[in-house]
Ligand binder design. Structure first.
Ligand code: S3P
Length: 171
C-alpha cells in the first residue's frame, strides 16, 4: 500500500482520524510531531521556546526525507505546517482534512483537554494570528491535496471510512 499523508490545520482532527483509520485497516500509523518529540526528547512547545520555529522546521525537513526513503504502508499524520516540505507528494497520497477556522476552534474548545490542546500549540496562542495563518495556508493545502475530506460535523470514524474509500483509487 502507498503511504497516506494527512495534512490540515492545527486542531482539525488529524490524530483522531488516524486512530480510526488504523482500527479499520491494515495501515500502521505515525505522527511527525511525535517522531520529532522523541528524536529531541522534548515537547514541540519546548523546541519552539528554546530553539525557535526555524529549528523546528528543519527537524520537519529531516523527518520528511526519512519518510520518503524508509516508510511504507503507513498513515502519516503531520503537524499543520509540514505540508511545506518539498517532497510531500513523494511520501504518499496527500489527504487534506478541511474545515472552516471557526469550526476548528469550536472543536478544540469543546474537548475535555481543551486548555492543554491550546497550550501545547505555540501557533494557536494568538487566535487572530492563527486565523491569518489559516487563511494563508488553506489555498496551499487545497492545491497539494489529492483528496479533500470536509470533516465539519462528521465523526472521526465517518471521516476515516471516507478516507479509506477514497484512497483505494490511489493505492
Ligand atoms: C504547527 C502545528 C502543530 C505542530 C507545531 C506547528 C503548525 O501540529 O507541528 O506546533 O505550523 O501548524 P498540529 O497540527 O498537530 O497541531
Amino acid at each position: 500500500m502507498k503511504n497516506v499523508i494527512l495534512i490540515g490545520f492545527m486542531g482539525v482532527g488529524k490524530g483522531s482520524v488516524a486512530r480510526e483509520v488504523i482500527k479499520h485497516s491494515e495501515y500502521m500509523a505515525i505522527d511527525t510531531d511525535d517522531l520529532i518529540e522523541s528524536m529531541e526528547n522534548r515537547k514541540i512547545k519546548a523546541i519552539f521556546e528554546e530553539d525557535g520555529e526555524a529549528y523546528f522546521r528543519n527537524l520537519e525537513k529531516d523527518t520528511a526525507k526519512w519518510l520518503e526513503n524508509s516508510v511504507k504502508n503507513t498513515l502519516i499524520s503531520t503537524g499543520g505546517g509540514f505540508y511545506k516540505q518539498k517532497n510531500l507528494k513523494k511520501i504518499g497520497t496527500v489527504v487534506l482534512l478541511d474545515s472552516p477556522f471557526d469550526a476548528i476552534i469550536k472543536r478544540i474548545k469543546k474537548h475535555p483537554n481543551a486548555v492543554r490542546k491550546l497550550k501545547k500549540r505555540p501557533l494557536l496562542a494568538d487566535l487572530k494570528k492563527a486565523q491569518e495563518l489559516y487563511e494563508e495556508r488553506r489555498p496551499e493545502y487545497l492545491k497539494l491535496a489529492d483528496i479533500v475530506i470536509d470533516v465539519t460535523k462528521k465523526s472521526a470514524l465517518d471521516c476515516a471510512k471516507e478516507l479509506l474509500k477514497k484512497v483505494k483509487k490511489y493505492a
